[in-house]
Design a protein around this ligand. Structure first.
Ligand code: F6P
Length: 324
């Protein structure tokens, strides 16, 4: 392997820059040329490349977002798009790829590798923490801290005005952000995509708490939760049943994806960036590097993106006990 390409794809996540930096510097350390590919798979199709040296990635370890930019490419989902992308790689003499992203990124990598045989190693970068084969994904820890910080602020108003707040956090298919930030921020109830806890049960529990003297409450709602209502419909529904509650909705949105990465995410990204280049140089392909019990391990892309990860049942129990 003489030349490795690196790209970030899908939703950006804090720590992606630290991962790129580690990939570029590992290439430098092992005497391999590194090429940055801008705008994910779309930039790959268009040949939007730049040679990166160890100095190209100075002063980025602390920056949110991704300096290589990211995209969700429709064209790359086609056989023709991937053929164009492979041709660009061939023309540039790139003989392996490191892709940083989530399940969509790894799905694209599976196709590209199957159709064209180019070695690809993935790094999990997504705030969702919804990837198998790694204890944590890059960006998740920072996002959790952002959410907890935001809910702490909302709590001030909830408490001052005796209000019930519904706070929406990201996670279309995974409740990790909701569950962990919810427990960390002292939420009363947490609704997640993985299980339907029932809106009626939730309202009963809110009533019970009120009878014991609770005057304000926070409910954390993951985007993909199971009630079948969006957060505004949910607030309206609760408002119709519990007429004397003063209810407000707060959608945190993309603030969860931005900001300087936490120390944890920087260290994780650095470990996985080095691990990915070492995996490529060992001849591995079609795998993602992840962290399990602090050790960098490889897992094939299909395992990384398929199947449901077990829910942290203990956290549910802790929530029930601590919100009594
Ligand atoms: O996968 C990361 C994520 O932030 C999800 O939590 C969220 O549902 C989605 O991306 C939002 O995507 P976009 O930025 O394209 O609206």
């Amino acid at each position: 392997i003489k030349k490795i390409g690196v790209l970030t794809s899908g939703g950006d996540a804090p720590g992606m820059n630290a991962a790129i930096r580690a990939v570029v510097r590992s290439c430098s350390y092992f005497d391999v040329e590194c090429v940055g590919i801008y705008r994910g798979y779309q930039g790959l199709i268009e040949g939007d490349f730049e040679v990166l040296t160890a100095r190209s990635v100075r002063n980025i370890i602390n920056k949110g977002g991704t300096f290589l930019k990211s995209a969700r490419s429709k064209e790359f989902r086609t056989v023709e798009g991937r053929a164009k992308a492979f041709q660009k790689l061939k023309d540039a003499g790139i003989d392996a790829l490191v892709v940083i992203g989530g399940d969509g990124t790894f799905t694209g990598a599976i196709y590209l590798e199957d159709e064209h045989g180019i070695p690809i190693v993935g790094i999990p970068g997504t705030i969702d923490n919804d990837i198998n084969g790694t204890d944590y994904t890059i960006g998740y820890d920072t996002a959790l801290n952002t959410v907890v910080d935001a809910i702490d602020k909302i709590r001030d108003t909830a408490s001052s005005h005796d209000r019930l707040f519904l706070v929406e956090v990201m996670g279309r298919d995974a409740g990790d952000i909701a569950l962990n930030a919810g427990v960390g921020a002292g939420a009363e109830e947490i609704l997640i995509p993985e299980e339907d806890m029932g809106v009626e049960r939730m309202m009963e529990s809110l009533e019970k708490s009120r009878k014991t003297g609770k005057t304000s409450s926070i409910i954390v709602v993951a985007e993909g939760e199971k009630s079948g209502k969006n957060i505004f419909e949910l607030a309206e529904y609760i408002g119709e049943k519990m007429v004397d509650y003063d209810i407000r909705v707060s959608v945190l949105g993309h603030i969860q994806r931005g900001g300087a990465p936490s120390c944890y995410d920087r260290v994780l990204a650095s470990k996985l960036g080095v691990g990915a280049v070492e995996a490529v140089l060992r001849g591995e392909s079609g795998v993602m590097v992840g962290i399990t019990n602090k050790i960098v391990t490889s897992v094939d892309f299909n395992t990384a993106i398929k199947g449901t990860r077990p829910l942290d049942k203990e956290l549910r129990r802790v929530l029930t006990i601590t919100t009594v």
